[in-house]
Design a protein around this ligand. Structure first.
Ligand code: AMP
Length: 558
């Protein structure tokens, strides 16, 4: 379905000061309204102000800095006008893709640069000329030192997930990069947490910044009015979301559910996918005419449709009395929207259920919501295929029982009697049960996808007083930490960031899953989350650290 433009949405983004090309892009991406951080940050950023933004992933912070940046920089200058520093290569790729998406109409050239990628390839693109660079600090510094990256034309610098960059030991690299960028520039610093280290960076590098705090919007006015509903969150990564939603729908079998997505395009896509899977879903978003919306609502009230997939804007003011479930396909970007969304169930003494599918990275947003609502959201694993099968059998048992109690079975007596000449009564019952069960299925049983179980990123002890040397990164609360022995120490010239780089790069895990790093003369002990320990050992066995092959194993000392 092609997205229709929505003048009202454009109006809101236009009021923030964004120009026609960006408005066009936002409309084609299906964004219906700015998120709180976008509302607060964009007008100031467009005026050229520096910014200290406290916001976690999922709040829409990337667009909050990328949109004004794209409007302000000189595009096509052949030298980079903006540098965005991020902690990991995954994020470098993600942010670069976002900037590319937002800047498409403007013809912006974006290049992600991170370790592990060939220098030659990066050089080729750099020579051709790029407008925006998204880089991890280590690799950006390498390029600066080799003289392959010139930042004299820089007008905007963004430090994204700055707390994470510090946790990963990038403090020195950041200082070195900041020494190379022009003093006259706009600087934006985003962090999920605020502590003395972030404050000191902000004091040193930001000029009279405006402060935007989204991570702690607990003082909001909607905290008191939260309905009593059963609230569950399932942690699931993007590629498994659709399967997870299907699983949840099958298990919960909602009478009527409202499924929320962030954008109009997501609504259209999900509706189509759900219908393809045999569910009865209709889309509702701000790009639809009143007539279309009325038609959809009529279908829902009449029961020909039991799933409504909607954006926040479209669902505002809807009154659906028999709604049993609200499902957040993504965690809403503001805690207040969560409260509004779940307020649609659990009315008039009915039991309501609110289910949220969250990516592991979005765990912080969930906790933010818990703080606002003062209610617990149970974080559970997506039910397994075995759970699903058990639940389906339970449903079959319940329907057969109901059908026996209902009566009217006499016309089948002759069938059973005839079959009983040949078979045992118990076997006949089993055969009938199988037929009845299979009739309720949309596809063959056994084809269901097993959805990987995800663990939340642990809350970090962002203890700001940690020793600077030899101990690096956040120590974790709770159990599940494994110690790894690495046969390279101070005498081999290893630094915490080398290890963090090698571990995140080679094993593909997040910096937040690495705990303390204790470097001794001849070896190093690194703490990692136990659930990834094996993966790290395996990955490092074949990798080189500081150009050397090193011994890596689980440390048995504890
Ligand atoms: P971020 O917090 O930057 O990681 O963004 C989280 C997600 O929200 C991304 O998938 C964005 O595409 C999406 N997003 C950002 N701004 C908006 C908006 N105003 N409306 C809908 N979705 C948005």
């Amino acid at each position: 379905m092609s997205p229709t433009s929505s003048p009202a949405a454009n109006q809101e983004f236009a009021e923030l000061g964004l120009g026609p090309a960006l408005l066009q892009t936002l409309s084609s991406l299906g964004y219906e309204e700015p998120t709180p951080i976008q509302r607060e940050a964009i007008p100031h950023l467009l005026e050229g102000r520096d910014l200290l933004g406290l916001a976690a992933t999922g709040t829409g912070k990337t667009a909050a800095f990328a949109l004004p940046l794209l409007q302000l920089i000189q595009i096509g200058a052949k030298v980079p006008s903006a540098l965005i520093l991020v902690p990991t290569r995954e994020l470098a790729v993600q942010v670069a893709q976002a900037v590319h998406r937002y800047g498409k109409e403007l013809g912006v050239e974006v290049l992600p640069i991170y370790g592990g990628q060939s220098f030659q390839q990066q050089l080729k693109v750099l020579k051709r000329g790029v407008d925006v660079i998204v880089a991890t600090p280590g690799r950006a510094l390498d390029h600066l030192r080799r003289g392959t990256l010139h930042l004299k034309g820089l007008t905007v610098l963004v430090l994204d997930e700055a707390d994470e960059m510090l946790d990963m030991g990038f403090a020195e690299d950041l200082e070195a990069i900041l020494a190379e960028v022009p003093a006259r520039r706009q600087t934006l610093l985003f962090s999920a947490t605020l502590g003395p280290r972030i404050e000191s960076i902000a004091r040193k590098y930001l000029r009279d910044p405006i402060e935007v705090r989204i991570a702690t919007d607990v003082d909001g006015d909607s905290g008191g009015d939260v309905p009593m509903v059963r609230q569950i969150a399932y942690l699931v990564r993007r590629p498994h979301k659709l399967a997870a939603l299907g699983r949840v729908l099958d298990l919960e079998s909602p009478e009527a559910a409202l499924v929320f997505c962030r954008t109009r395009n997501d609504v259209d896509e999900l509706t189509e996918s759900l219908n393809g899977l045999g569910y009865r879903a209709e889309a509702l978003h701000g790009g639809m005419s009143q007539e279309e919306r009325d038609r959809v609502m009529k279908k829902l009230r009449g029961g020909t449709v039991d799933l409504l997939v909607a954006t926040d804007v479209a669902a505002r003011g809807l009154d659906i009395s028999h709604l049993s479930h609200v499902i957040n396909y993504e965690v809403p970007s503001a805690a207040k929207s969560y409260v509004h969304r779940i307020g649609r169930v659990g009315r008039a003494g009915r039991e309501g259920v609110a289910i949220t599918l969250a990516e592991p990275r979005e765990h912080a947003l969930l906790m933010n919501i818990e703080r606002l609502t003062k209610q617990k959201i149970a974080v559970a694993s997506i039910p397994t295929v075995a759970d699903l099968h058990a639940r389906r059998l339970e449903l079959t048992r319940a329907s057969v029982r109901e059908s026996i109690l209902e009566g009217g079975l006499d016309r089948f007596r002759v069938v059973v009697e005839t079959l009983s000449d040949e078979f045992d009564l118990f076997d006949i019952a089993l055969g009938a049960m199988k037929m009845g069960h299979e009739a309720t299925l949309t596809g063959p049983e056994g084809d269901e996808e097993e959805i990987p179980i995800e663990k939340p990123f642990r809350e970090k002890n962002r203890g700001e007083n940690r020793p600077a040397k030899g101990k690096h990164g956040a120590s974790r609360t709770g159990g599940g930490v494994s110690r790894l022995f690495i046969g390279l120490g101070r005498s081999g010239g290893v630094r915490p960031k080398d290890l963090v780089g090698a571990i995140t790069g080679e094993a593909g895990i997040q910096g937040s899953q690495i705990g303390s790093i204790q470097i001794s003369e001849r070896f190093t002990i690194v703490e990692v989350s136990s659930d990834v320990a094996d993966r790290v050992v395996q990955a490092l066995k074949t990798a080189k650290i500081k150009g050397k092959k090193v011994t890596v194993r689980m440390d048995k000392a504890r």
